[in-house]
Design a protein around this ligand. Structure first.
Ligand SMILES: Nc1ncnc2c1ncn2[C@@H]1O[C@H](COP(=O)(O)OP(=O)(O)OP(=O)(O)O)[C@@H](O)[C@H]1O
Ligand SMILES: [Mg+2]
Length: 246
């Protein structure tokens, strides 16, 4: 399996505080990697460094395991195929589900400097396909503000998918979801698996992680405490001590 993203000897600090210490991490194409660990472990900070939102003090971030991302800012990294869904949904509530996706697609195409004024028909097919993927076809004309919390999260995942990301980063995608919505999200992640895509999911819901992730990294105080399957993580004494047992 080929490496989608790797970090080597990464250190990230805020003033005197070190959030990530000498961390190594990688995620492969065709897989879903879970990232778990207690509050403040550095999970969101890791995603911030991958997207270029935060800059490391030391260490490297390598796309495809080889391309040093240091020269690329957030926009350039998005265009290079790094897509991120933040924890809080930020859909346009007054617009319909369809128009939210249409807007995301237009913004993306404009940034690619192509098809700024593409005819509506050229966009209809990809939007319809996205709606099927995220399971919102029946709600396409409904204002996004009327959606449930889970439906808004799926819409936002759709708005990231218009970038056709080869690395998809999700920060706590099932936080606040009902059991049924969580199950739907697990099914959605299975649909999003693709040989040319790597998915990194930060989550506290360990049952969800067990369902979707091929392997997990357990972070603690900015370091990797454990790497392996979720089932192995559940049985690891150190992981139980710092995280699961709490
Ligand atoms: N911009 C910042 N300035 C100062 N400290 C920060 C900043 N961003 C994160 N931190 C600190 O870095 C540490 C790691 O935070 P991070 O958000 O990465 O944790 P996390 O693993 O995502 O936790 P949670 O599970 O609660 O979301 C925390 O102690 C946090 O307070
Ligand atoms: Mg976080």
């Amino acid at each position: 399996m080929s490496t989608a993203i790797a970090v080597e000897a990464l250190t990230v600090g805020f003033g005197d505080f070190i959030a990530i210490r000498d961390l190594s991490f990688h995620a492969d194409y065709g897989t879903v990697r879970g990232v778990i660990g207690p509050n403040g472990a550095g999970k969101t900070t890791l995603l911030d460094v991958l997207t270029g939102k935060s800059r490391p003090r030391r260490g490297r971030v390598l796309l495809d395991g080889t391309i040093d991302l240091a020269p690329l800012d957030e926009v350039a990294r998005a265009l290079a195929g790094i897509g991120r869904k933040f924890q809080k949904p930020s859909v346009f509530e007054a617009l319909s589900v369809w128009d939210n996706l249409d807007l995301a697609l237009r913004l993306h195409r404009r940034s690619l400097l192509r098809e700024v004024f593409a005819p509506a028909a050229a966009k209809a097919a990809p939007i319809a396909a996205l709606l099927e993927t995220i399971g919102l076809t029946a709600l396409r004309d409904q204002a996004a503000g009327t959606l449930s919390h889970g439906q808004k999260q799926w819409l936002e995942i759709g708005m990231v998918l218009v970038q056709e990301p080869k690395l998809l980063l999700l920060d706590e995608p099932v936080a606040g979801m009902s059991e049924e919505e969580t199950a739907h999200t697990a099914a959605l992640l299975h649909r999003l698996r693709a040989p040319g895509r790597s998915i990194v999911v930060v989550e506290h819901d360990m049952d969800f992680v067990e369902q979707v992730a091929d392997a997990v990294s357990v972070l603690h105080e900015g370091r990797t405490l454990f790497e392996g399957s979720m089932a192995e993580a559940r049985g690891n004494a150190q992981v139980i001590e710092v995280y699961i047992g709490r």
